[in-house]
Write a protein that binds this ligand. Structure first.
Ligand code: ZN
Length: 125
């Protein structure tokens, strides 16, 4: 699971709708790997407004990635250094194994072979 994907996932257990807690899911016991991807600045610039910046920064820090600016950057299309960092963090950093835990309801979403299991049991739907 790439970090760009994680930035779009929130807990969807029934009744878990406190938006201050059901997103972002907390990544734990992560086994990370870097997977090289072709750099595409236009894609990043287009994606950027849809990112939840604070969630991205806190998730990255949690994974010991500390090179993102705290404040939401502006004019990223003119900032090659930042585009490079965003590319590496969002598109090349992959969680191979681990889990995501909801801070609202405690549900654990396992990540195996880079794929997050977002399936719920029947009583959770
Ligand atoms: Zn939840």
């Amino acid at each position: 699971m790439r970090l760009i994907t994680h930035n779009m996932l929130k807990c969807h257990v029934r009744g878990c709708d406190d938006s201050s807690k059901n997103f972002p899911l907390e990544i734990q016991d992560a086994q990370l790997e870097q997977i090289e991807a072709e750099k595409n600045d236009a894609f990043l610039v287009r994606m950027f407004p849809r990112l939840e910046w604070n969630a991205l920064v806190s998730t990255a820090k949690n994974l010991s990635i500390n090179n993102l600016p705290e404040k939401i950057p502006e004019n990223i299309e003119e900032d090659q250094a930042l585009l490079e960092i965003l590319h590496t963090v969002l598109l090349e950093t992959n969680v191979k194994e681990g889990r995501m835990v909801c801070r609202g309801c405690g549900h654990i979403y396992a990540i195996k072979n880079s794929v997050p299991n977002m399936l719920l049991a029947e009583h959770e739907i």
